[in-house]
Design a protein around this ligand. Structure first.
Ligand code: MSP
Length: 650
C-alpha cells in the first residue's frame, strides 16, 4: 500500500536581518510536527525557505554597498546555519530568487492576467517618500502620517496591476466559517468582519518604483509585488509549472501551513483566492499562532543578542530552547519570553523532571544490579496505574498533534514524567534494594520505569531530537525499540535489559547566577541601532513639563460597563463607564483592534478631565489611555483589575 503523504510549510522568512528566536517558533513547531508524522509512517515533505525580493532588501543591500543577491546570500547562510543548529529536518529549502520559482511566479501572473483576474490600473494612495511606500487611509497613524516613520505622506498614484479578489469572497467566507481550514477557528470572525464583509478590496500585485523583484513577463516596467511572489512558493517548491521538481501531484494540497498572526490575512484570504483563481485545490489547514513577545512587544533583533537562539543554545542546548518555546506557546495566544521563565522551566521540567527520572532510574539499575536487570518479576501496588497511564499517552499526544496543539501534547508527556517520579517515591526502590527477598519486586519497579522512559523519550524525540538518543543509550534501548508502534505499548525492552550510566542530560541551572550572566550579555551585545526592524520607532519624547502641569491631567480607573460600535464609523467605539462618580460616556478610536466584548467588564484608565467633544455626532467625556504597538495598533492599558472605580493615578 502507498504511504500516506503529509505536506507542512513554514512561512518563507525575509532575510532582511539575522534570524532571532521569534523566527524559530514556527520552524521548530513545524519540525516537531514533521518528525511526528514521519514517525507515524507518513511520507513527509517539510518546506521552509526565504522570501528574498522587495524594496527593503534592495535598500539594505545598497546601504552595505553590495548587490541584493549578495546581501541575501549572506543572510540565508545564517538562516541555514541556525536551522542546522536547531536540528530542523526540512526536506526542501526554497529561495524566491531560485530560477524555478521565478519561472512559476511569472507563469502564475500571466495565467491570472489571461483569465482576467489580474488587470492594469492605477494605484492611488498616501505615499511616504522616505519609505517609498504606499499606505491606505486606514493604515496611517493617528496623525494621518506614515505608520512606519511617522512623517507626512502625500497623495500619489502609480501604474500597477491588481488582482481581483471580490469573485472569491463568498467561497472564502465559507472556507473560514464552515470548514476547519483555520486553526484556531475563533479567528475567522475578525477576518470576516474586517476584510470580507466590508467588501474585499483588489490587491495591488506589481510595482514600478523598485527593481528587486520578479519581472512581469509581458510588461517589464513592473516587478511582481510581494504576495503573489511569496505565496506561490508553496507550490513552486513542489514543481508546479516548473521542471525542477515533480512532487505537486503527490503532496498538494498542503496539510498544514503554519504562520504567525501578522500574516494570517494573506494566508486566509489572498492565498485561497489565488488558488481558486488558478482552479487548484485549497490547503487543508492554516495554523495561526501568536508572537513570542518580550516585555509585551513582538520580539525582534532590537532586543539584543540575548534572545539570539545561538547564544541561548550554546548555554542550554538547542533542545532546551526548542522545548521551552514549544511548551510556552498556545495556539491562538502570544507567549511572553523571559530568561527567568525559560530557566525555571528548564530546571523544573527538564532537569528535575525528566533528567532526574532518567538518572535516578539508571543509577539504581546500576547500583542494585550492576546495570543488567534480573528476569524475575514481582508485580505490586501502583504498577497497573502507571502502566495504564503510560500506554494511554500516545493516543493523547496524537490527538493534540492532530489539532496542532503542541504545548498540550508536551504537557501530557510531562504529566507522565511526574507520574513516574511519583511512582519512585511510592515504591521506594532504595528500601527494596536493602532487602534480598525484594529483588524481583525491585527489578519490576526499575523495568516499569525504564519502559516509561522509553515511551516518553520516543514521543519526545520529535520535539527534542538531539537529546533523546542519549536517553536511549542510557536505558539500553535498541533502535528497533524506538518506533511509533512501540510507543503505544509496554513491555518492549528485553526483561534483562542493560543500562549504561551516562552524562546528565539536562544539567540544573543556577537561576540567579545565570540571569546575572545573561544581563551582562544583553549589555554587551544589544544592537539598539537595529531598532527599526519592526518598523517601531518610539514617538519622540514631548517637551518638558513641570509636576504641576502633570497634575492638571486627571487620570482615573474606570470600569467598562457597556460598549458598542459607533454607527457610521469604522474606528470608533462608544463606552459606558463606571468612573466612581455616577458614570460617563467616552468615545474611543480603538474599534480596529478591540471588539466590544473584549472590553466589557474590564477596568481601564481614562483621562477624566478632558473637555467633552462630539465624535461622529456622539458625545465623548474623556479619553481611554492606550499605548502604541510596533505594528501601529493601539493597546489599551488595563490597570490592576482590583483597583476601585475612580482611583486616581499619580
Ligand atoms: N516573508 C513573509 C512571509 C511570506 S510567507 C508566504 C514574512 N516574513 S518574516 O520574516 O517577516 O516573518 C516570517 C514569520 O515569522 C511570520 O509568521 C512572523 O510573524 C514570524 N515571526 C517574526 N517574529 C516573531 C515573533 N517574535 N514571534 C513569533 N513569530 C514571529 O512575513
Amino acid at each position: 500500500m502507498e504511504k500516506k503523504t503529509f505536506y507542512i510549510t513554514t512561512p518563507i522568512y525575509y532575510p532582511s536581518g539575522n534570524p532571532h528566536i521569534g523566527h524559530c517558533y514556527t520552524t521548530v513547531a513545524c519540525d516537531s510536527i514533521a518528525r511526528y508524522r514521519r514517525m507515524q509512517g507518513y511520507d513527509v515533505m517539510f518546506l521552509t525557505g526565504t522570501d528574498e525580493h522587495g524594496l527593503k532588501i534592495e535598500q539594505k543591500a545598497a546601504e552595505k554597498g553590495v548587490t541584493p543577491k549578495e546581501y541575501v546570500d549572506e543572510i540565508v547562510k545564517t538562516f541555514k546555519k541556525l536551522w542546522s543548529y536547531m536540528n530542523i529536518s526540512y526536506d526542501r529549502y526554497i529561495r524566491t530568487t531560485d530560477d524555478y520559482h521565478i519561472e512559476t511566479v511569472q507563469k502564475i501572473f500571466k495565467a491570472l492576467y489571461d483569465k482576467g483576474y489580474i488587470y492594469k490600473g492605477e494605484y492611488k494612495g498616501k505615499y511616504c517618500t522616505p519609505c517609498e511606500s504606499f499606505w491606505t487611509e486606514s493604515q496611517l497613524d493617528e496623525n494621518g502620517c506614515c505608520p512606519e516613520c511617522h512623517r507626512e505622506v502625500t497623495e500619489a498614484k502609480e501604474e500597477a496591476y491588481f488582482f481581483k479578489m471580490s469573485p472569491f469572497a463568498e467561497r472564502i467566507e465559507k472556507l473560514l466559517t464552515e470548514t476547519d481550514y483555520l486553526q484556531p477557528k475563533t479567528r475567522a470572525t475578525e477576518l470576516v468582519n474586517n476584510f470580507i464583509k466590508p467588501g474585499l478590496e483588489d490587491l495591488c500585485v506589481s510595482r514600478t518604483t523598485f527593481k528587486w523583484g520578479i519581472p512581469v513577463t509581458f510588461d517589464d516596467k513592473h516587478v511582481v509585488y510581494v504576495w503573489i511572489d511569496a505565496l506561490s512558493n508553496y507550490i513552486s517548491a513542489l514543481g508546479f509549472w516548473n521542471e525542477k521538481y515533480n512532487d505537486f501531484d503527490k503532496f498538494w494540497p498542503a496539510d498544514v501551513h503554519m504562520v504567525a498572526k501578522d500574516i494570517m490575512r494573506f494566508h486566509a484570504i489572498i492565498w485561497p483566492a489565488m488558488l481558486m483563481a488558478l482552479d487548484l485545490p485549497l490547503p487543508k489547514h492554516l495554523a495561526v499562532h501568536g508572537w513570542i513577545t518580550f516585555n509585551g512587544q513582538k520580539m525582534s533583533k532590537s532586543l539584543g543578542n540575548v534572545v539570539d537562539p545561538f547564544i541561548l543554545g550554546e548555554r542550554y542546548g538547542a533542545d532546551a530552547i526548542r522545548y521551552h518555546i514549544l511548551r510556552e506557546m498556545a495556539l491562538g495566544a502570544d507567549s511572553s519570553f523571559s530568561n527567568e521563565i525559560m530557566i525555571n522551566r528548564i530546571n523544573s521540567d527538564l532537569a528535575n523532571g525528566l533528567g532526574n527520572l532518567v538518572s535516578r532510574t539508571v543509577a539504581m539499575a546500576d547500583k542494585y544490579f550492576g546495570g543488567t536487570l534480573p528476569v524475575e518479576r514481582e508485580e505490586g501496588d501502583f504498577d497497573a496505574e502507571l502502566i495504564a497511564e503510560v500506554e494511554e499517552l500516545r493516543a493523547k499526544v496524537d490527538d493534540f498533534m492532530d489539532k496542532t496543539q503542541i504545548n498540550n501534547a508536551l504537557a501530557e508527556i510531562f504529566k507522565v514524567v511526574s507520574r513516574a517520579n511519583k511512582y519512585i517515591d511510592e515504591t521506594a526502590p532504595w528500601v527494596l534494594g536493602k532487602d534480598e527477598s525484594k529483588k524481583a519486586r525491585l527489578a519490576t519497579v526499575l523495568y516499569n520505569l525504564l519502559e516509561t522512559i522509553r515511551i516518553v523519550s520516543t514521543l519526545l524525540s520529535n520535539f527534542m531530537p538531539t537529546t533523546m538518543p542519549k536517553v536511549w543509550e542510557q536505558i539500553g534501548a535498541a533502535e528497533s525499540d524506538i518506533t511509533y508502534e512501540n510507543a503505544g505499548k509496554f513491555g518492549v525492552l528485553p526483561a534483562d535489559v542493560t543500562v549504561h550510566r551516562g552524562e546528565i542530560i539536562f544539567p540544573r541551572i543556577d537561576v540567579d547566577k545565570e540571569i546575572e550572566e545573561l544581563n551582562k550579555i544583553i549589555g554587551s551585545k544589544a544592537e539598539p541601532e537595529e531598532k527599526a526592524d519592526d518598523g517601531f520607532e518610539p514617538a519622540p519624547v514631548a517637551d518638558e513639563i513641570t509636576i504641576d502641569d502633570f497634575a492638571k491631567v486627571d487620570l482615573r480607573v474606570a470600569l467598562v460597563k457597556d460598549c458598542e460600535k459607533v454607527k457610521k464609523s469604522k474606528k470608533l467605539l462608544c463606552l459606558q463607564l463606571d468612573d466612581g462618580f455616577g458614570g460617563r460616556q467616552v468615545v474611543s478610536g480603538i474599534a480596529a483592534w478591540y471588539k466590544p466584548e473584549d472590553l466589557i467588564g474590564k477596568k481601564v484608565v481614562i483621562v477624566a478631565n478632558l473637555k467633552p467633544v462630539k465624535l461622529c455626532g456622539v458625545e465623548s467625556n474623556g479619553m481611554i489611555c492606550a499605548a502604541d504597538t510596533p505594528d501601529g495598533a493601539a493597546n489599551v492599558i488595563f490597570p490592576d483589575q482590583d483597583l476601585p472605580c475612580g482611583a486616581k493615578l499619580r
